[in-house]
Design a protein around this ligand. Structure first.
Ligand SMILES: [Zn+2]
Length: 122
């Protein structure tokens, strides 16, 4: 009984990240989900403070990075602008669902923790 309720809680925690991004930007969230279903991350590097991976765009491959010192993606939408593209959202979901980071952490790393009106539970 206690085991199953703990499982439910864990599941709920992992769903928080998807819930957050759906609220943040539904269009980007959908693209990120599509990416997660149809593509993969290569050369995943995790060092405790950051996760990076090669993502596959339509025409090119890019490196997406999320860490304590910020986040960046090499795709045209994000490069040099600090824009949170769907690659970063997909990587964030991947990182949380594979327990590299907690939802709260990646949201902070992406600089989205100061958004008004969206609060993350713990
Ligand atoms: Zn990108």
């Amino acid at each position: 009984m206690s085991f199953s309720s703990r499982e439910t809680k864990k599941k709920h925690k992992n769903n928080d990240i998807r819930w957050f991004f759906r609220l943040y930007n539904r269009k980007l969230y959908r693209k990120a989900c599509e990416y997660l279903e149809n593509n993969k991350f290569d050369d995943i590097v995790f060092d405790g403070d950051s996760i990076s991976a090669v993502v596959h765009g339509k025409h090119d491959d890019y490196v997406a990075y999320i860490g304590v010192d910020g986040s960046k993606c090499g795709c045209p939408a994000s490069r040099g602008r600090g824009y949170v593209c769907y690659h970063l959202i997909a990587l964030a979901i991947f990182a949380v669902e594979n327990e590299f980071f907690a939802a709260k952490q990646v949201i902070k790393f992406l600089g989205l923790d100061k958004l008004g009106g969206i609060r993350m539970g713990d």
